[in-house]
Ligand binder design. Structure first.
Ligand code: F0G
Length: 377
C-alpha cells in the first residue's frame, strides 16, 4: 500500500534488519525539505537554500530516526530496558519508543539546563528520569559505565544502530533533489548526526558493496550498501557549534560547556575521531556561532519563513548564512541546513526572546478593531 510506516520499512534493504524483525516505529522520517526564499533575498545572496525540518519527527527531533533502529534492535536482542544520557531530545525519543515497545527507559539528564518541552515528554512517556548534579558529559560517562553491567541497552549515538537510522535523512535529501547538495550544514554536539549523514551520502555514492569512507567503519559492519550511486556526489559537510561549547573549534575537549542552545551544551563529543574524518573526507569545516547569532537565526527563520526550530538547530542556519555572506559558501551553491529539533521544545527561550508580549485589550469590538488598525504592516 501507500501508507508510510516509518524509515525502517522505507529503507529496509539498506538497514540492518531481518525479514522477521519486529519494527518499533512511530512513523518517523519523511520530513519536509523546505526551500527558503525570503532569507536568501533578505541577505542579498543567490543561493539554493533548503532546511530539512527534522523537528517534524514524531517526538519533535531527528533523534527518532536513530531511536527507531536502536530500540528495534534492543527489542530483537531481548532487552527489557534502555538507558541514555541526554540534553533532552534523546531522552524524549527514548522514552517514546520504549513506551511503544513496552520496555523501560532510564534517562539521565543534567541538572536544570533541559528545555521544558523535552522534560515534559520524558515524564509523560513514563520513563525513569534521573537528574544528576552534573552536565551531559558527566551523564554520558556514567551511562557508559552503567550499561556495562546493568541489564539496559545504551541508546546514545555510540550505539551503532543509531547512526544507521539517522543516515536515512541523507537518502531522503538526495531522492528529493535528484543529487546531493553542494553543502550540508548541521549543528554539532556529539557529532553523531553529521557522521550519520556522511555515512548516508557515502553509501549512495558507492558503486560497490565495500566501505567507501573511513567514517563508515563506524557502522561496525552494519551498513548495507545499495550501490549504483554516482561516485563523487557527496556534499561538503559543515558543522557549527555554540561558542561556549565548541571543542571542534578549540581542537580540544571543553570542560564546562555553556550555551543558550542547551541541546548542544556538550564539551566532550562522543564521535570526536570519526567527525574529524568526516571533515577531512568531505573537505568541510567546523565553525562556531555565538548565542546571539543562534537566537537571531532562530528568529529570522520564524519571522521570515514560518519555520520554528529550537535554538540548537538554528546554529546550522546562523553559521551557513555567515559563510554564504563571506563567500566561503559561494553564490550559486545548493545548501541544506538540518533543523534538528522543533521550536516548541523550548518555549521558555522562545518567549524570552520573542520581543513582543501579547497585546492586552478589552473583549470589545472597538478595542480589537482599533488594535488591528494600529498594528497593520
Ligand atoms: N540539535 C539538537 C536539537 C540536538 O538535540 C542535538 C543533540 C544536536 C543538534 C547535536 O547532534 O550530538 O549528533 O552532534 N542532542 C543530544 C541529546 C545530545 O541528548 O538530545 P549530535
Amino acid at each position: 500500500g501507500h501508507r508510510y510506516t516509518g524509515l525502517i520499512e522505507r529503507y529496509r534493504d539498506r538497514l540492518p534488519v531481518h525479514d522477521d524483525t519486529r519494527i518499533i516505529s512511530l512513523g518517523e522520517g519523511n520530513t519536509p525539505l523546505i526551500r527558503l526564499n525570503n532569507v536568501p533575498r533578505h541577505i542579498g545572496r543567490d543561493v539554493e537554500l533548503y532546511v530539512k525540518f527534522e523537528g517534524l519527527n514524531p517526538t519533535g527531533s531527528f533523534k527518532d530516526r536513530g531511536m527507531t533502529m536502536a530500540v528495534t534492535k534492543a527489542v530483537e536482542e531481548g532487552s527489557k530496558a534502555i538507558i541514555c544520557a541526554s540534553t533532552g531530545n534523546t531522552s524524549a525519543s527514548a522514552a517514546a519508543y520504549a513506551a511503544r515497545a513496552g520496555i523501560t527507559a532510564f534517562v539521565v539528564i543534567p541538572d536544570g539546563k533541559i528545555a521544558m518541552g523535552k522534560l515534559a515528554q520524558a515524564m509523560m512517556h513514563g520513563s525513569v528520569v534521573i537528574q544528576i548534579e552534573g552536565n551531559f558529559d558527566d551523564g554520558m560517562r556514567l551511562v557508559k559505565q552503567v550499561a556495562e553491567s546493568a541489564p539496559a541497552t545504551l541508546v546514545n549515538s555510540v550505539n551503532p544502530f543509531r547512526l544507521q537510522g539517522q543516515k536515512t535523512a541523507a537518502f531522503e535529501i538526495v531522492e528529493e533533489l535528484g543529487r546531493a547538495p553542494d553543502y550540508h550544514c548541521l549543528p554539532v554536539g556529539n557529532a553523531g548526526n553529521i557522521t550519520a549523514h556522511w555515512i548516508g551520502y557515502c553509501e549512495l555514492s558507492a558503486s560497490s558493496g565495500e566501505h567507501v569512507t573511513e567514517a563508515c567503519t563506524f557502522c561496525k559492519g552494519h551498513c548495507r550498501f545499495a550501490g549504483g550511486g554516482v561516485a563523487g556526489q557527496r556534499p561538503t559537510m559543515v558543522g557549527y557549534q555554540a561558542s561556549g561549547s565548541a571543542p571542534f573549534l578549540r581542537g580540544a575537549m571543553v570542560d564546562n560547556p555553556e550555551t543558550v542552545a542547551t541541546a548542544i551544551r556538550i564539551g566532550h563529543p562522543q564521535s570526536w575521531n570519526v567527525a574529524w574524518k568526516v571533515q577531512q573526507e568531505s573537505g568541510g569545516w567546523f565553525d562556531e556561532c555565538t548565542d546571539q547569532e543562534i537566537l537571531a537565526a532562530q528568529k529570522l527563520l520564524t519571522e521570515k519563513e514560518g519555520v520554528f526550530c529550537e535554538p540548537a538547530s538554528a546554529a546550522s542556519v546562523a553559521g551557513a548564512l555567515r559563510d554564504i555572506r563571506t563567500g566561503r559558501i559561494p553564490e550559486g551553491s545548493s545548501v541544506v541546513c538540518t533543523l534538528t529539533g522543533h521550536g516548541l521544545k523550548d518555549p521558555d527561550t522562545a518567549i524570552s526572546q520573542a520581543g513582543s508580549a501579547p497585546l492586552k485589550v478589552a473583549a470589545e469590538l472597538d478595542a480589537v478593531t482599533r488594535t488591528i488598525l494600529d498594528n497593520m504592516g
